[in-house]
Design a protein around this ligand. Structure first.
Ligand code: ATP
Ligand code: MG
Length: 180
């Protein structure tokens, strides 16, 4: 399983639709300060369901929509699609390619899609649970997170190990059944 493509439109500095393709090896993203490198990482976090504007370096969710420039009008919505190669079947679905997408309008609410079918945020969470992908997974390690892993409370560390060992879904199901 690996990240195969990222399509971005209207997200932060990306006013035009861009398609980034990744291979199974290592990819480096380089560019001058302010050129949008971190915005690419933010787009990945966002499409995986990030709900915190602060985590995306904004103050409200609307800040992630292209705000316009002197020569260009602001856009009305942002959309990001992330495609994963699932030929090894790591994700619990029978597709060898899985695309998750998220769209948000200035009015607020986000729409989520898995392979073009509308779904809930919960479905996106379930798809990636125990795979290490997802906004709570360890596939994105931001600055400072390394310190967290080394020195945070044992409960937080335990969560990372639970996700890595693949038992998170059982824990979540247990908690849900206790609520009913
Ligand atoms: P550095 O090397 O300094 O870390 P970077 O390549 O990571 O830079 P980013 O932080 O990804 O740069 O991009 C910052 C740019 O994105 C800024 O120029 C900022 O104005 C622009 N930007 C952020 N949000 C929006 C938005 N909603 N609309 C338009 N531009 C935006
Ligand atoms: Mg940066």
């Amino acid at each position: 399983m690996y990240l195969k493509a990222l399509d971005i439109y209207g997200f932060k500095s990306f006013a035009d639709k861009i398609s980034l393709e990744f291979n199974s090896g290592i990819t480096g993203v380089v560019g001058p300060n302010g050129s949008g490198k971190s915005n690419v990482a933010d787009a990945v976090r966002w499409v995986l369901g990030e709900q915190s504007a602060k985590a995306l370096r904004g103050s409200k969710m609307e800040d992630i929509i292209f705000a316009g420039t002197e020569h260009r009008k602001p856009l009305g919505f942002a959309e990001v699609s992330l495609t994963i190669d699932n030929s090894d079947g790591t994700l619990p679905v029978s597709f060898c390619e899985v695309t998750v997408a998220r769209r948000v309008f200035r009015s607020g609410e986000s729409e989520y899609y898995i392979n073009k079918t509308p779904c809930r945020l919960k479905d996106i969470h379930e798809l990636f649970m125990d795979t290490g992908i997802g906004k709570e997974g360890y596939s994105i390690i931001g600055q400072g997170r390394v310190d967290d892993i080394l020195s945070s409370k044992s409960d937080n560390r335990r969560q990372i190990f639970e996700e890595a060992s693949g038992i998170m879904k059982y824990k979540v199901r247990k908690l849900e059944s206790e609520k009913k």
